[in-house]
Ligand binder design. Structure first.
Ligand code: PMP
Length: 509
């Protein structure tokens, strides 16, 4: 029998991987932009630029939120009261609507479906889009069915000369039913990340997360973001047609009609896990146009980019993009609750969906009340948090650009908006140093940089999950200038290690 120790039962392989890069630290306390681990009797602070991968826009253990949470729990707020009125959920939806109206200039309301995680909000969007598509298909099926009956009636009455009408009808039905039985297609940018559940992982570009599970769910066609017209080419080559019949004079003709094969466009305004790339405006215009032509929804995934991180509540508002659906999570829960929501604009909303998607844990009072409080805090002082994210982000990016000028052979690019910032390193596959080549070969290069920054500088940052040469910085809106200076100094020293040494210190001892 294999001997196991109790601490090795929770994802032990992952823990091993973290240990390889020196990242298997246990944090015992979090406050603001600091996480603390224990060394002997003392607590060691770590300056945190991971920010819960974007969920701690208001910092760890935000005191106002913690006090509110304590008050809610002490007051025995009824957390699990499913199938009753939920005014707190309504309050969240109303606040989000006011914000969306302000930022997009539209006054059409959005209805809210609550969820527990970002991936679930995306799956709710996928399901809702499929419900829209299904409804259209049912309409088409009924119309075509009526036309087939009319053709059969015309044949029976002898008013048409076409022979073998029953066989024609059978062919049309067989063709259409085979098409309808196929899973639909989604469109998403190359580099997308939308979660790792069975459906959403198919919208996630990285094949490591997606390929094994492709038989489980509908597929996406990934559109390159920097090739104008690419989305049109994909749509053209993937389009399919239904067959229908018309009675023309004394003949029955088989005609073709567009089949709604596509379900939705799903996109992040700034690709997060794909390396912090803001979508080009030409791409956004192209997919918006194509979605309108196909009459499918554009699902804007603001799970990582939203809640003020980019200097506006919605990163998509910088792109002039209005979503038909929105998905939000992460910082919506203020770093203490698991809150997620999917919004659908009124003109596309299917009321029957409310009976088709729910969860024991979603829409509970605790997470909704916390989300409501988060929205109140974000909106306070005429958007003070948004302004802070914008100005801190500008400071951070200009410090990183300064570094890039100092180390043009090490640093490839500085990208992002507000406090969603990426710093891309040049690949080291051809480095003269054997260690650097080995770190490259591991496929975890950025994680070794993270381990080094943690060990040597007490700074926590990670690469984006699908682009491991890009370190990502998503601190809270309260990050201070001295913290940015500390990060810059640590990165300067890291760049020297890469440029001037054999890189051995980057690998843990
Ligand atoms: N969409 C985006 C843009 C994300 O960044 C993430 C998480 N990194 C998700 C969806 C999935 O969210 P969750 O981890 O809460 O399932």
């Amino acid at each position: 029998m294999t001997e196991v120790t109790l601490e090795e039962l929770a994802e032990p392989y992952l823990r091993g991987v973290l240990a390889t890069a020196g990242l298997d630290v246990e944090y015992v306390r979090g406050e603001g932009d600091r996480l603390y681990y224990r060394r002997g009797d003392e607590e060691v602070p770590v300056l945190d630029f991971v920010g819960g991968y974007g969920s701690t826009m208001l910092g760890h253990s935000n005191p106002e939120l913690v006090a509110y949470a304590q008050e809610l729990l002490a007051g025995h707020t009824p957390i699990h009261a499913q199938f009753s009125r939920h005014p707190y959920a309504n309050e969240v939806a109303a606040r989000l609507n006011r914000i969306i109206q302000r930022e997009t200039g539209s006054d059409e309301p959005y209805f809210a479906i609550f969820a527990n995680s970002g991936a679930e909000a995306i799956e709710a969007a996928m399901k809702h889009a499929e419900l829209e598509r299904y409804t259209r298909i049912e309409g088409l099926r009924a119309e075509i069915g009526a036309n087939l009956e009319a053709a059969k009636a015309a044949a029976a009455a002898g008013t048409v000369t076409t022979r073998g009408v029953d066989a024609v009808v059978a062919d049309v039905v067989a063709h259409n039913e085979a098409l309808i039985a196929q899973t639909p297609l989604f469109l998403a940018p190359v580099g997308s990340f939308h979660g790792k559940l069975a459906g959403s992982t198919q919208l996630t570009y990285n094949p490591v997360y997606r390929a094994v599970f492709s038989a489980l769910a509908a597929q996406a066609r990934f559109v390159p973001v920097d090739e104008p017209g690419a989305v049109d080419d994909i749509v053209r080559s993937e389009s399919r047609e239904l067959h229908d019949v018309v009675v023309e004079g004394d003949r029955i003709e088989v005609v073709r009609r567009p089949f709604p094969r596509f379900c939705a466009v799903v996109l992040e305004p700034i690709l997060g896990e794909g390396g912090i790339h803001e979508l080009p405006e030409t791409f956004v215009r192209d997919v918006r146009r194509v979605a309108t032509e196909l009459d499918i929804p554009v699902v804007v995934d603001e799970i990582q980019s939203g809640m003020g991180r980019t200097g506006a509540f919605l990163a998509s508002s910088h792109l002039g993009l209005r979503g038909d659906y929105y998905a939000m999570a992460k910082s919506l829960g203020g770093g203490i609750a698991k809150a997620a929501v999917m919004l659908v604009r009124a003109s596309r909303y299917q009321t029957s969906f409310e009976m088709m998607h729910s969860s024991t844990f979603a829409k509970d009072s605790f997470s909704c009340l916390i989300a409501g409080k988060v929205l109140e805090m974000l909106e306070a002082d005429d958007g003070g948090v948004y302004r802070a994210a914008q100005s801190r982000g500008t400071e951070l990016r200009s410090a990183l650009r300064g570094l890039q000028e100092e180390f043009p052979e090490v640093l490839k690019d500085v990208r992002g908006r507000g406090l969603m910032v990426g710093l891309e390193f040049f690949e080291q596959g051809d480095a003269t140093s054997e260690t650097l080549r080995e770190l490259h070969g591991s496929g975890f290069f950025g994680y070794f940089l993270s381990g080094y920054l943690l060990r040597e500088h007490g700074i926590r940052t990670f690469p984006t999950s699908s682009a491991v040469y890009t370190l990502r910085f998503e601190p809270s809106a309260y990050i201070g200038a001295p913290d940015i200076a500390r990060l810059t100094e640590a990165l300067r020293e890291l760049c020297r290690q890469i440029r001037d040494t054999d890189g051995r210190r980057l690998a843990p001892i």
